[in-house]
Design a protein around this ligand. Structure first.
Ligand code: G4P
Length: 536
């Protein structure tokens, strides 16, 4: 292959990629929307609703339900499929009981995020947390306000909520015509073009039929009632006067979110949303890295040779197969199977021969991948979260942010004679990023604490300690549910009763708290100290 062809191919392939994650609170409709994306991309012929999940799911992916229901093999982490002209890489961000560090880390591999809100509920807790990561990384966010077929909050109120709670400007690209039983479709305020939907078969198994017309014509034909037209006119007038003008640059800079309304279950507004999504969402961007001298370098996705970083490691829970899968985001260049790459942290060369792409239909061996793609590599123990690999070497991608723990526990071996194996196991698992180890700031000699974002992590920890280190573990959960990092000196810090000051593995100070309001309280009580939700 000549250099010129390769450059052209790199440009074309990179331009097609849309790598994104869906952020939402459980039950807002993330799985349903993902399924509809598969429906509209032609990956599945009909969408059957995902029902199996509610009953005792204990998997590492919300997509496992898709897998069970649809017979699709979706290995946790990413799916790739074509949607019209684009190639979609959708990253899994587990949200139910599997919410964990992985959910956050996965977001770092996305070029954009789709925030799904339940129109009846607005911005909920988990959405807030995930949005904070998008803000930290300046990830552009598109908003899909879902469940418009059910009684909803006032759409203007929803926009205000997004602005006030999340601190991002909201610009409606589409606007709902009615809600609940009277939800008719959407209008594009800029052109007064309306898209009227016909209800598809029950549960939106097939694609929705829709008709595009002008508002005036829809009123004339009676498809939109006079009353609905009046409400709509008032709302659009308000939007014109007080709305935020949308610019693509502000969206890319994370300052404004384009907002779409619809109903994933009944397919209302889903296809127009996906179509606009592929236009608006950014293609793979350049990544910032640090060179050997500590200087900053920008790695261009097209011009630089292959490089990637590990954002997630999934241990194999099957004791017969001890290996684990390292998931990498391709940042630059073309990946080819069997490539020998530099592993920057160890300064060794590694052949990437057992590489997989996780396509909706199957787990396929991946021979070639481009910027924005996610590849899974069987991990022979060489990779850790945040590791950089590349053809060229000489730089490191930014380390993963550290996410505030939500569950803290004391953990001890059930058999004291096996405490050595137990300690080794905990250290290794903390190194892999499954849990983090904290020490008391005031009494560093006290037994260390284990902390994580999700409760599932503790189940995994207990399981793996037993399976891999033959060390039983007893876990006593502590009452801390919230935490906030302190930057700089902690002298003179005034903390609420019952809180605890701890040090993480890199000696960063974190305040462990029992109630959410205490986070605000700590900041107000200590105006001279600097607090952070995440640390890089
Ligand atoms: P999640 O992945 O964000 O947790 O949400 P999921 O898609 O599983 O949706 C949660 C529930 O909300 C499901 O109902 C789903 O059918 C429903 N839902 C999703 N989108 C819409 C929508 O646009 N309109 C309406 N009316 N419902 C919607 P469930 O009863 O909990 O499960 P199921 O029995 O329907 O599968």
């Amino acid at each position: 292959m000549s250099e010129a062809v390769s450059q052209k191919e790199m440009q074309q392939e990179t331009a097609k990629r849309r790598t994104f994650a869906i952020i939402s609170h459980p039950d807002a409709g993330k799985t349903t929307l993902t399924e509809k994306l598969l429906l509209y991309s032609g990956m599945i012929g009909t969408a059957g609703m995902v029902r199996a999940r509610k009953g005792g799911k204990a998997t590492s992916s919300d997509w496992m339900s898709l897998e069970r229901e649809r017979g699709i093999s979706v290995s946790a982490s990413a799916m790739q499929f074509p949607y019209k002209e684009a190639i979609i890489n959708v990253l899994d961000t587990p949200g139910h009981q599997d919410f964990s560090e992985d959910t956050y880390r996965t977001l770092t591999a996305a070029d954009s995020a789709v925030m799904v809100l339940d129109a009846g509920k607005g911005v909920e807790a988990q959405t807030r947390k995930l949005f904070a990561v998008c803000r930290l990384r300046k990830t552009p966010v598109l908003t899909f306000i879902n469940k418009m077929d059910l009684p909803s909050k006032d759409p203007l109120e929803l926009l205000q909520e997004v602005e006030h709670v999340l601190g991002i400007l909201a610009a409606p690209i589409s606007w709902p015509i009615g809600s609940g039983a009277s939800f008719k479709g959407i209008i594009y305020p800029a052109t007064r073009e309306v898209v009227l939907f016909t209800k598809s078969d029950i549960g939106g198994a097939g694609k929705a039929e829709f008709k595009t017309t002008h508002l005036d014509d829809a009123v004339k034909s009676g498809e939109i009632s006079e009353e609905q037209a009046k409400t709509l006119a008032d709302e659009l007038e308000l939007l014109e006067a007080a709305g935020n003008p949308f610019t693509h640059d502000d969206f890319l800079a994370g300052k404004i979110t384009p907002v779409f309304f619809g109903s994933a279950l009944t397919n209302f507004g889903v296809e127009p949303f996906f179509d606009r999504f592929t236009d608006l969402a950014p293609r793979p961007h350049a990544y910032e890295a640090t060179d050997k001298a500590g200087g900053s370098v920008t790695v261009d996705p097209v011009d630089a040779p292959f490089s990637a970083y590990v954002f997630k490691i999934q241990a194999n829970m099957n004791p017969k197969h001890r290996d684990s899968m390292a998931f990498m985001r391709v940042c630059s260049g073309r990946f080819e199977r069997d490539m020998v790459v530099k592993h920057h942290r160890s300064n060794k060369e590694i052949r990437l021969s057992r590489s997989y792409s996780l396509v909706a239909q199957d787990r396929n061996t991946v021979d070639v991948a481009y910027p924005g793609d996610i590849i899974g590599v069987i991990n022979p123990g060489a990779f850790a979260i945040g590791d950089t690999v590349s053809m060229k070497g000489g730089f490191d991608y930014k380390p993963m942010p550290q996410f505030p723990p939500e569950i803290v526990a004391q953990i001890r071996p059930t058999d004291v004679l096996r405490h050595k194996q137990f300690d080794k196991g905990i250290t290794q698992l903390a190194y892999e990023g499954a849990v983090q180890i904290l020490r008391s700031y005031r009494n560093p000699k006290d037994p260390p604490l284990v902390a994580a974002v999700g409760r599932l992590q503790f189940e995994v920890l207990q399981f793996r300690l037993k399976e891999e280190y033959n060390a039983g573990a007893a876990i006593d959960f502590l009452p801390y549910r919230y935490s906030i990092y302190v930057e700089g000196d902690v002298k003179g810090l005034s903390l609420p009763m019952g809180s605890m000051l701890a040090l993480d593995a890199r000696d960063r100070v974190v305040v462990l708290l029992t109630a959410e309001w205490e986070k605000k309280y700590v900041q107000e009580k200590n105006p001279d100290h600097v607090f952070k939700d995440f640390v890089q």
